[in-house]
Write a protein of this length. Structure first.
Ligand code: HEC
Ligand code: HEC
Length: 459
């Protein structure tokens, strides 16, 4: 017997666990009823979670859409000049139409990410733009474009911008939740939980630290553990803006070094490839664009997130989940059963997520939400993008994170590289651990396929 049933409400539909099933508006006092209402009642795409300080949210959002220039530190290489340029479909914080490019090399079945001494090309991301020729003082500077190395065997892999709605709720989830999801998945489709030490641990969370691992849950391949690290990572990798921050008295330098094209240093005197003022703080690279300064225990500097990162974090953290759409009762119920019966729910779990009672990051507590993803990676066979970390087996490079299906209808391109124009095409591209569900879907009568697709398009 299947574990789930669907609960229908007057405003929309949401899947919830059999035992917590209650319609919004019922007198039932279960958290499912209350918080389900909270998610479904979300007015507009891009609005803030309940209880968010509106002024602070607006200020953070302004920073997220602010365009940066060479004197702010943009470059030497970059993909765009504002977070909001790539995350704006439907509303600020949405997905985007930009496709980024990655490369790699497989030798004897092992992946190489061009990031080791001797053959360091600055990693797998090929930034698409570089700063135009500029003059720093008396020195004329040019920044070549990043190139794919001639011996790369994995070429020009695309990655599309992802929507950010509701991610603060996901960041609030304890590691154990993801372990549980993996444990209850059928073995044939079971996802893998990845863990690593956050590049920038979130000091508000006692469970994070410089020597504590955390479950990776963000990015197309679950490459990041938390939203503050993603902020620093995106700022340097997408825009070339380098930052330094403080965590419990330790200087966070993970995002402090510029990405030179193919990791080749520029002419001396070119200020790291942009025109942000050079740093003079001991321990902080001269080329770091925005730094908080020395991290001294016993001062306000003990824990300090660089201002822009703090704004990006606050904005993303407080973005409400995308609203679900209303469905006619037949499609709501039949679609839900088809979703589970076809095996979609094995990875795109319909289980409700519930935030802890007092989330460390300030999102509402006991908030129930339905992302329709386990946030785990799965071996997707030919749909895998072939990009990994140095030393990964080829099988590992095929692992992709289950794409959350909430708000999927707001995206104009689907799958990691945007190859699918719609839900049906996305399903038909599933392979590897997703192959059985794809085959089952393809064997459904076309009327049932249409109901399932309509259901997914309302999540
Ligand atoms: C050039 C376009 C571009 C810009 C600019 C950009 N992003 Fe993204 N963003 C992407 C792409 C592409 C992905 C998916 C990449 C991946 O996971 O490898 C992504 C993914 C993310 C994710 C992960 C979402 C998830 O579901 O796990 C976060 C968080 C994020 N971006 C935040 C930011 C922030 C903050 C900024 C500004 C500092 C920013 N992005 C700037 C393109 C962009
Ligand atoms: C084995 C796990 C698994 C199963 C089973 C599965 N999916 Fe997926 N699904 C994924 C992964 C992983 C991705 C992301 C693939 C990528 O990044 O290219 C994905 C992506 C998608 C997307 C694209 C979403 C987006 O925003 O890009 C849709 C739509 C989708 N799945 C629907 C379904 C439906 C409907 C079913 C059932 C017929 C299903 N999936 C079964 C793992 C699974």
């Amino acid at each position: 017997m299947k574990r789930y049933v669907l609960c229908m409400t007057t405003t929309g539909i949401a899947a919830t666990a059999l035992f917590g099933c209650a319609a919004a508006g019922d007198d039932a006092t279960g958290t499912a009823a209350t918080a389900e209402t909270a998610q479904l009642a979300t007015a507009a795409l891009g609005s803030a979670l309940p209880g968010t300080d509106a002024t602070r949210f607006a200020e953070a959002r302004d920073n997220f859409i602010q365009e940066e220039g060479i004197s702010d530190g943009l470059g030497p290489t970059f993909n765009e000049s504002a977070c909001g340029h790539c995350h704006n479909t439907g509303a600020v914080g949405g997905s985007g139409v930009q496709i980024e490019r990655r490369f790699g090399k497989v030798t004897n079945g092992i992946f190489y990410g061009y990031d080791q001494p001797g053959d360091n090309e600055g990693g797998t991301l090929r930034q698409l733009f570089s700063n135009a020729p500029f003059v720093n003082g008396t020195v004329s500077c040019t920044v070549p474009l990043d190139q794919e190395p001639a011996d790369a065997t994995v070429h020009n892999v695309g990655r599309r911008s992802l929507p950010l709605f509701g991610l603060g709720l996901v960041d609030a989830m304890p590691d154990g939740w993801f372990d549980l999801l993996a444990a209850i998945e059928p073995s044939a489709t079971r996802g893998t939980v990845l863990r690593s030490i956050p590049q920038f641990p979130d000091s508000r969370d006692p469970n994070q630290g410089l020597n504590k691992t955390r479950v990776q849950r963000f990015g197309i391949k679950d490459q990041q553990t938390n939203l503050v690290s993603f902020s620093g990572d995106a700022y340097v990798n997408e825009m070339g803006i380098t930052t330094q921050s403080c965590y419990k008295g330790t200087s966070i330098l993970a995002f402090a070094n510029e990405n030179y094209p193919n990791n080749k240093a520029l002419t001396a005197g070119c200020n790291g490839g942009d025109l942000a003022p050079a740093q003079t703080i001991p321990g902080v690279p001269v080329e770091t664009d925005d730094a908080v300064g020395a991290c001294v225990v016993g001062t306000t500097k003990v824990d300090q997130i660089q201002d822009d990162l703090a704004n990006f974090l606050f904005f993303m953290e407080h973005l409400a989940p995308p609203p679900s759409a209303a469905l006619d009762p037949f499609t709501a119920v039949a679609g839900a059963f088809l979703f589970v019966a076809t095996g979609c729910g094995d990875c795109h779990t319909p289980l409700p997520f519930v935030t802890p009672s007092s989330p460390y990051n300030g999102v509402p507590g006991n908030f129930v939400f339905f992302p329709f993803s386990d946030f785990l990676v799965h071996d997707m066979g030919s749909l895998g993008d072939g990009i990994g970390n140095t030393g990964d087996t080829v099988a590992k490079t095929r692992q992709m994170r289950t794409a959350p299906l909430w708000g999927v209808r707001f995206n104009t391109q689907l799958l990691h590289d945007g190859r699918a124009p719609n839900v049906r095409a996305a399903i038909l591209a599933h392979d590897g651990q997703g192959r059985a569900a794809k085959t089952t879907f393809a064997a459904l009568p076309s009327a049932d396929q249409a109901v399932l697709v309509a259901f997914v398009n309302a999540l």
